[in-house]
Design a protein around this ligand. Structure first.
Ligand code: GDP
Ligand code: ZN
Length: 418
């Protein structure tokens, strides 16, 4: 890290310090080195996915730690050589930023205050964080990083989230996978043809979105594939959602013909961080590209697959789009289980029920079989869409019995989505 000349210069400056100051530096360095040693020992015992991740190499001599600390303080003007007062060196080494990319062991973090097109800093994930990576850190998170014992940036902390988009891990439904964090909106993308519109697919996404605290938007893509009248009739399928207060926006994002209309979507998303979800092939990537042609996300059949035909795009990335929009590309999100949602939470996931349920005879009415249910009555009178109550009851049944939905069309998990 230091060349011999720099080192000599530092040593001289250190020796010129008042004894009290030198002692302070040695004390602090001793503490840092011992902490690092503890971490190293802990790491040496740790494995991630059966693979040993711990470094067992011996720690640097104490004097190296002292010189590093001293150099760091001088760089920040804390200790110009004349015994300045410092107790904040740790805090100052910490940098806060936004996680814009994530792979198994690395997070790309854009430090706060960076220029808009600045490159993010590649930060190692601590072994602990890498082990619970799917829930511990996600694109969109605000994270704090600091140099680790080798001086490389390492994520040390993830700040509390204001919203998440998460789903149960397909391999271990009791574990949560956070797909994106701190999103304002989740855009459920559907198409009117190819694949055709199955409104029921939307319900599951909506529950997960409500649960995670983001707003939902429904984007209907491929409007060019239907005539005006057919389109209008197809869109009535989405009236229940519209009535429930969920914005529905019609788009065209055809990459080949260049027929593009995403103005409505752009207006809805202005200034927001969002994630696009939906069936494969509905045009999520095309929509993102239409919002910002510079993105050039791969679309259609050109998805990368490894030799066993698995999708290899496991990394999520946040893209910046003019208009203050940030889109989180979440390649793996096609299926949302309901595993960690309780029946109570399900009730709150249907926004149009919330007001009405105050008028139910029982305060804990599940809107299922109870007498005096205001939600049931509203559905009968057409004040809310009956299909929404049906949907709710079906999902409630699924939660109670633990059985997946019987209808195949509702299973939106593709054969190999992991
Ligand atoms: P994704 O899997 O949801 O990301 O979907 P893609 O963006 O890869 O698009 C899937 C296919 O739909 C591609 O062949 C696109 O060319 C096509 N496509 C996307 N948007 C439109 C659209 O608005 N109209 C039509 N006709 N085709 C579209
Ligand atoms: Zn009720």
């Amino acid at each position: 890290m230091l060349n011999p000349k720099q080192r000599k210069e530092l040593e001289d400056a250190l020796n010129a310090l008042p004894k009290r100051e030198r002692d302070r530096l040695f004390d602090e360095a001793r503490k840092k080195r011992s902490d690092a040693q503890k971490r190293r020992r802990a790491k040496a015992r740790e494995t991630v996915d059966g693979e040993r991740v711990g470094g067992q190499s011996r720690p640097d001599p104490l004097i190296d730690w002292v010189l590093r600390l001293f150099a760091d303080e001088r760089k920040r003007g804390v200790n110009a050589g004349a015994g300045g007062d410092s107790g904040t060196s740790d805090a100052n080494a910490l940098v806060e930023g936004l996680v814009v990319g994530l792979t198994r062991r690395w997070a790309e973090v854009l430090p706060d205050g960076s220029e808009p097109d600045a490159a993010p800093v590649g930060c190692r994930l601590s072994a602990e964080m890498a082990a619970k990576q799917q829930s511990g850190i996600a694109v969109g998170d605000r994270a704090v990083f600091a140099p680790d014992d080798t001086g490389d940036p390492e994520v040390v902390r993830v700040l509390p989230r204001r919203s998440v988009l998460s789903r149960p891990d397909p391999r271990d439904p009791s574990a949560e996978r956070v797909v994106a964090a701190n999103i304002d909106a989740v855009v459920i993308v559907v198409s009117v043809r190819s694949p055709p519109l199955h409104p029921r697919l939307i319900d599951r996404y909506l529950v997960a979105i409500e649960h995670g605290g983001a707003d939902a938007v429904i984007a209907v893509n491929k409007a060019d594939l239907l005539s005006g009248a057919d389109l209008a009739s197809e869109l009535t399928k989405l009236d229940p959602y519209r009535d429930a207060g969920i914005p529905v926006v019609v788009c065209r994002a055809h990459p080949e013909t260049g027929q593009r209309d995403v103005d409505g979507l752009r207006t809805l998303l202005a200034g927001k961080t969002c994630a696009f979800v939906g069936h494969s092939g509905v045009g999520k990537s095309s929509l993102a590209n239409a919002l910002h042609p510079d993105l050039e996300l791969a679309t259609g059949a050109v998805r990368s697959q490894d030799l066993r035909g698995r999708h290899t795009t496991t990394a999520s990335t946040m893209h910046r789009i003019p208009g203050g929009i940030r889109v989180i590309d979440t390649p793996g999100v096609r299926y949302f289980g309901l595993a960690d949602i309780t029946p109570e939470e399900l009730r709150w996931s249907f926004p149009e029920f919330v007001e009405l349920s105050r008028e139910c005879h029982f305060t804990d009415c599940t809107h299922d079989h109870e007498p005096g249910c205001a939600v049931k009555q509203a559905a009968e009178e057409g004040r809310i869409a009956p299909v929404r109550l049906e949907t709710y009851r079906r999902l409630l049944e699924e939660l109670r019995t633990g059985k997946p939905p019987g209808e195949v069309s509702e299973r939106i998990r593709p054969p190999r989505d992991d």
